[in-house]
Write a protein that binds this ligand. Structure first.
Ligand SMILES: Nc1ncnc2c1ncn2[C@@H]1O[C@H](COP(=O)(O)OP(=O)(O)OP(=O)(O)O)[C@@H](O)[C@H]1O
Ligand SMILES: [Mg+2]
Length: 301
């Protein structure tokens, strides 16, 4: 049985509602998975394009409107291999339906059957922050900081709602036409009861976990997100993967000389003691005071 949801906000809806887009005409396929995908694209009047990226439980493909190929959307296709995959998909679309922030990916619509979930979102042709690491020209620190602060602004907003992302990394940050960063992939994000809530488990990608995850004690998920943000900044500056490096700061001391204030920011985000590690608000406040970003980047939450 298919079910369908479309974005509630009128402006979001208008952004993608193509003249030929009939979102109420949804097929009921009972075929194998490729045909089910085709049925989905047909019922949305979309032509399936190339793969933009793939993850553990699915892929993201580019799609264009049948009658106007210049209108494009990204479609995340998740295969429900386990109940957990389905739960993560429902959780992601649940968050993206409700979150409203300029630095967070806008979901356009989602559809699902018993075996797959399909999520439509704005297509970002400039790819992700991870792609900037492999470009021939190293990205300068001020531009890296701008991207990191965009993500911090998104984190400040979700942390204010007691939501933690749990998978902050350059591959999950898209770049828009103005070279602003957009936080995506809420597949393993979760909501805590309050701002002092603790977790015992942390599911992030290897190489992005704070040192406290090795101690089997309750941990602040919000501070763990900030550690992952620090690792992301470190990777973008050093153009290195963090996996297998025990002490990122000690490693940095032996290579590229990073100037202040970037060095200080890295140190504060990668602090081993989560109580001393900066929150998103601390980072933004520091950057506003030091004229490294506009006050408008700080959300009211
Ligand atoms: N809206 C989009 N526009 C352009 N590319 C996108 C978009 N959404 C996702 N991608 C690409 O697809 C990749 C995978 O997307 P996403 O992280 O949402 O899926 P995932 O299956 O959860 O991935 P993973 O398991 O690797 O975290 C991204 O890293 C990016 O390269
Ligand atoms: Mg991802």
């Amino acid at each position: 049985m298919w079910s369908l949801f479309s974005g509630r906000s009128e402006d979001t809806y208008r952004l993608w509602r193509l003249p030929s887009f009939h979102i109420t005409e949804v097929a009921r396929p009972s075929m194998d998975s490729v045909e089910q995908h085709d049925a989905f694209f047909n019922s949305f009047n979309l032509v399936r394009g190339p793969c933009l990226g793939s993850g553990a439980v699915g892929e993201v493909v580019l799609a264009s409107a049948k009658h106007n190929s210049s209108l494009k959307v990204a479609v995340k296709i998740v295969t429900f291999e386990t109940e957990g995959c389905k739960g993560d998909f429902l959780s992601e679309v649940g968050f993206l339906r409700d979150l409203r922030h300029p630095r967070i990916l806008k979901m356009i619509a989602f559809a699902m059957d018993d075996h797959h979930g399909f999520m439509l979102s704005t297509y970002f042709k400039n790819g992700t922050l991870r792609d900037t690491m492999s470009s021939d020209h190293p990205v300068e620190e001020p531009r890296i900081l701008r991207h990191i602060l965009d993500v911090a602004s998104a984190l400040q907003y979700i942390h204010g709602l007691h939501i933690f992302h749990q998978d902050v990394k350059p591959r999950n940050v898209l770049l828009d036409d103005q070279d602003r960063a957009i936080l995506a992939d809420f597949g393993i994000a979760r909501q805590a009861s309050d701002s002092s809530a603790m977790v015992m488990k942390w599911r992030t990608t290897p190489g992005y976990s704070g040192p406290e995850t090795r101690k089997r004690r309750p941990m602040s998920p919000f501070k763990l997100d900030m550690y992952s943000l620090g690792v992301s900044m470190w990777m973008l500056i050093y153009r290195q993967r963090s996996v297998g490096i025990k002490d990122l700061l000690a490693f940095s001391d032996q290579c590229k000389d990073v100037k202040e204030p970037y060095r200080r920011i890295l140190r504060q985000l990668l602090r081993k003691d989560p109580n001393k590690r900066w929150s998103a608000a601390d980072l933004l406040r520091f950057c506003v005071w030091n004229s490294l970003c506009a006050p408008s980047l700080m959300s009211s939450h």
